[in-house]
Design a protein around this ligand. Structure first.
Ligand code: NAP
Length: 315
């Protein structure tokens, strides 16, 4: 039997990237898929692809920041199929910018999509699932929801919020038979990584070098994880954060930093509490400086460090 046979799934941001791949995968596994996206055309293309392959899908234009549109999506799904088994809160946007340059408008827009969208999705589907006494919600967080990174105050705040909202909702709904989990991918080869490559001035190949497997994740890598969380195979998994996949290397990064510093006989600073301390180290000729009180710099590796070093190095 297919892994999602008879299940009804809503996927937000299903017009491209991870959302699209997951919609196709869900349909292949027997789910009826409601593909929503702010871009009606891309949602319709995904739905048409599913239908073309013999699956069942519908496309709905849906801005996840709009509560009345959530009400409509859930009402239409229930009217059509009588239930909602799975919600993949996938829609999201990415902004990489130094803290001081983030505008309030950018902050509010990203938070509205990445955080409010997830909240509204859970708010409008989980009570329906609770009545059914079953359901699975998967929220798209990120490695950025687990650790800090340069230029990630805004995006990281949103993904950190998604991580903890997931756990809170999981506890609240566990006894009702509704599960909620979050996924935390690293670099996955979609338009978002193309954007990250542009914003950090590192080619995709350079970004991939920092990943343990030596490659960027694919959308299929992610949809496989989402499929597991959506299916009954994960019936006893809730409040979990899964998928630290595609993350930069930890051990090797530290080792190569130390090696490089030794090689050039330069002083090196590690875990400076602030960027001001880091600047001090750089001015004293440090080769590489790690900033922050957790493993963020280690995990984000030399690529990120080089970005900051360039930015903060005295000319
Ligand atoms: P993507 O290719 O940009 O897809 C995101 C989709 O969401 C797009 O179809 C986009 O439509 C749609 N969207 C944007 N604003 C929306 C709104 N207000 N309402 C409804 N839909 C909206 O990105 P992706 O890489 O597949 O990412 C999917 C999720 O995974 C995101 O939450 C992202 O933060 C997370 N993630 C991605 C990576 C990665 O490396 N790719 C890593 C970790 C986490 P438009 O294209 O028309 O804007």
């Amino acid at each position: 039997m297919a892994r999602l046979e008879g299940k009804v799934a809503i996927i937000t941001g299903g017009g491209t990237g991870i959302g699209k791949a997951t919609a196709l995968r869900f349909a292949k596994e027997g789910a009826k898929v409601i593909v929503t996206d702010i871009n009606q055309e891309s949602a319709s293309k995904t739905a048409a692809e599913i239908q073309g392959a013999g699956g069942e899908a519908q496309a709905i234009a849906h801005d996840v920041t709009r509560e009345e549109q959530w009400e409509q999506v859930v009402a239409e799904t229930v009217k059509h199929y009588g239930k909602v088994d799975i919600l993949f809160n996938n829609a999201g946007i990415y902004i990489i910018k130094p803290l001081a340059e983030i505008t309030l408008e950018e902050w509010n827009r990203l938070m509205a999509i990445n955080v409010t969208g997830v909240f509204l999705g859970m708010k409008h589907t989980m009570p329906v699932m609770a009545k059914q006494k079953s359901g699975s919600v998967i929220n798209a967080s990120s490695i950025a929801g687990l650790i800090g990174a340069p230029g990630h105050v805004l995006y990281g705040a949103s993904k950190g919020a998604v991580r903890i909202m997931t756990k809170d909702a999981a506890i609240e709904y566990a006894s009702a038979g509704v599960r909620v989990n979050s996924i935390h991918p690293g670099y996955i080869d979609t338009g978002m990584v193309a954007y990250a490559s542009e914003a950090t001035k590192h080619s995709k190949e350079e970004l991939a070098q920092g990943v343990p497997t030596g490659r960027l994740g694919t959308v299929e890598d992610v949809s496989n994880v989402v499929l597991f969380l959506a299916s009954d195979e994960s019936a006893h998994v809730t409040g979990a954060e899964i998928g630290q996949f595609g993350h930069p290397k930890l051990g090797e990064t530290i080792a190569s930093i130390i090696e490089e510093c030794k090689r050039f006989q330069k002083p090196w600073g590690i875990f400076c509490p602030s960027i001001e301390h880091a600047e001090g180290w750089i001015q004293r000729g440090a080769s590489l400086v790690l900033v922050g009180s957790d493993a963020l710099w280690l995990l984000n590796g030399i690529n990120s460090l080089n970005g900051w070093k360039r930015k903060y190095s005295p000319k």
